[in-house]
Design a protein around this ligand. Structure first.
Ligand code: SAM
Length: 279
């Protein structure tokens, strides 16, 4: 028995016009469609006149369900995997299925299309030659801070996904950890009616979102510029160096260090040592 093929099919992240011709063709041709939430995907499939047996594959059943689906493919069935939006496996289910398929030497074919991270990166104006996708940060405040602290010296563009109910908390933590002057971008509701791409430093962006309840709704990609070079002292950031130098030109040592710590989130002792080294 010739095995079937597993297709990983990207679907729109908002605008239905972004469904590719190949995605429609593939979904019309396969035997089964595995969807993250079958009820959610039904309107999309109906819109494109696609009527196929649907099975659900979500984060809670993915491990067991993937085993059954691999058996179906081995029996000759062609299967397409879609998620609620965008590219499956990108902060979405599908990893276990693809892993099992590749281990079983089954053919896995990508049907590429939209993904919020690439769409956001492409309009961010931040460096795109290298970037680091972090997906969703932890919902727990202490863990989220720790995750951000680990990234503070990353020298490439950082890309995060965030939901509306945590956008302010996350931006607040980012401001605390990365400091107010770090350049960032918020890409909200991409391809949808209320698409907004806002550029600025983290302080300005947080204020922008806080000031408008509408800007707290919808789906978000947050991008933060990476550190271009290594700071001269461990624990220090280039921004902190820059901020401290400006403040030292106008204030006393103590005042400058204290203000720089507040602005950049870098520890006072580190700033103090750096200030001494500049003398
Ligand atoms: N698989 C999807 C992809 O390829 O982008 C991502 C799925 S993940 C569960 C959903 C998150 O993606 C949202 O919380 C948001 O951070 C981001 N996202 C999805 N659609 C978006 C859009 N239209 N505009 C901005 N962000 C979006």
């Amino acid at each position: 028995m010739k095995p079937g093929i597993l297709y990983i099919v990207a679907t729109p992240i908002g605008h239905l016009g972004d469904m590719t011709a190949r995605a429609i063709e593939t979904l019309r041709a396969v035997d089964i469609i595995a969807a993250e939430d079958t009820r959610h995907s039904q309107p999309l499939l109906r819109h494109f006149g696609i009527q196929k047996p649907l099975v659900s594959l979500h984060e809670h059943n993915e491990r067991e369900k993937s085993i059954d689906l691999i058996e179906e493919i081995k029996q000759g069935k062609n299967l397409a995997l879609i998620s609620d939006a965008g590219t499956p496996l990108i902060s979405d289910p599908g990893y276990h299925l693809v892993r099992l398929a590749t281990r079983a030497d089954l053919q896995v074919v990508p049907i590429p299309g939209p993904s919020a991270l690439i769409a956001a990166l492409s309009v961010s104006g931040l460096p795109t030659d290298r970037f680091q996708f972090e997906g969703f940060l932890s919902a727990k405040a202490s863990e989220r801070r720790r995750q951000l602290e680990d990234l503070v010296n990353a020298n490439r563009t950082l890309v995060f996904y965030e939901s509306p109910h945590r956008i302010i908390a996350t931006l607040t933590d980012m401001l605390t950890v990365f400091g107010s002057v770090r350049e960032a971008v918020i890409a909200r509701e991409l391809t949808k009616a209320f698409e907004t791409v806002q550029h600025g430093n983290l302080e300005r962006l947080l204020r922008f979102v806080e000031d408008s309840p509408n800007q707290q709704r919808g789906e978000f990609v947050i991008l933060i510029a990476g550190m271009p070079e290594k700071p001269s002292h461990p624990g220090l950031s280039l921004e902190a160096e820059r901020v401290l130098k400006i403040l030292l030109s106008a204030l006393s040592h103590k005042e400058a260090v204290s203000l720089a710590a507040k602005i950049t989130g870098v520890r006072k002792q580190i700033l103090y040592d750096y200030a001494l080294s500049l003398k």
